[in-house]
Design a protein around this ligand. Structure first.
Ligand code: HH2
Length: 269
């Protein structure tokens, strides 16, 4: 998949989990429910559907590969035949990625950034685009006390290391994501959005996932997850104007309308 610079691509979130931070339990009841939501995202002009079977919110419970597969595989199998957009599998487990790619997913979203040699082997074998996300620590403890010298410089070093590992294994279709909210304070998240352009020097498409996250709640007087749409749109537009080629969001229709305006402004420069 090549990413045109004329438009911001939208990766729509489809969480098949009981405990995701903003939509846990909404689409995990049945495969039909998840498929219906995916079709809704397609109607809202999503570009990629990102299917996840384990929450990575702070303090989330780890599930076994078998449990994760039981959640996501039937949905991937159905969607492969029923929607035309690419399906991404949001997992850091090589077995889950492998099985989903085998039945029709065509992208890996790895929040652990291809740190596992087994995951790199799967990515190389299937030759699919891979999102390499930065996270400090692990979801269970990452928000306890995130610390950096220069957050942008440190994330850049991480990207350079993982790009080298991936390339050594023959993986070239990388997408870089600084990982908003993954071992980051409010200030770290703001620095990422303000200085996103600096990652463009690395020469890979950038993805940003601000959707409904805690930093938006903090900036808007403590609003709960279901009232963070405007903040999400603001963050998505800023990310786009600062060089993100893809934004990962839950509210696809609203973000698409906002990004149509942002894209037109970018094209006018
Ligand atoms: N954020 C979440 C999950 N996966 N992947 C990438 N590449 N970038 C992100 O920012 C990102 C991600 C967290 O959001 P969500 O999927 O809504 O929640 P949960 O992890 O609780 O399922």
């Amino acid at each position: 998949m090549l990413f045109s610079v004329d438009k911001t691509y939208i990766m729509g979130v489809l969480n098949i989990t009981p405990d995701s931070f903003s939509d846990g339990g909404r689409y995990s009841g049945s495969v039909d429910q998840a498929v219906a939501h995916a079709k809704q995202l397609v109607a809202e002009r999503v570009d990629i559907i990102d299917i996840g079977g384990e929450s990575t919110r702070p303090g989330a419970v780890i599930v076994s590969p078998e449990e994760e597969l039981a959640r996501v595989l039937p949905v991937v199998e159905r969607l492969r035949n029923e929607v035309a957009v690419p399906l991404s599998i949001d997992t850091y487990k090589p077995l889950v990625a492998e099985r989903c790619l085998k039945v029709g997913a065509s992208m890996i979203n790895d929040v652990t950034g291809l740190g596992s040699a087994d995951m790199r082997a799967v990515a190389a074998h299937y030759n699919v685009p891979v999102v390499v996300m930065h996270m400090q620590g692990k979801p269970q403890t990452m928000q306890a006390n995130p610390q950096y010298g220069d957050v942008i410089a440190e994330i850049k070093i991480f990207f350079e290391e993982r790009i080298a590992l991936a390339r050594a294994d023959g993986i070239t279709k990388l997408i870089l994501d600084p990982g908003i909210g993954f071992g980051k304070t409010l200030e770290h998240n703001l620095a990422i959005l303000a200085r996103l352009n600096e990652f463009n020097e690395l020469g890979y498409p950038l993805l940003v996932g601000p959707s409904r996250k805690a930093f938006i709640g903090k900036l808007t007087g403590g609003l709960p997850v279901d009232q963070r749409l405007e903040g999400t749109i603001a963050a998505a537009v800023i990310a786009s104007m600062h060089g993100a080629r893809i934004v990962r969001v839950h509210d696809v229709g609203a973000c698409r309308r906002a990004l149509q305006v942002a894209d037109a402004v970018r094209r006018a420069v």
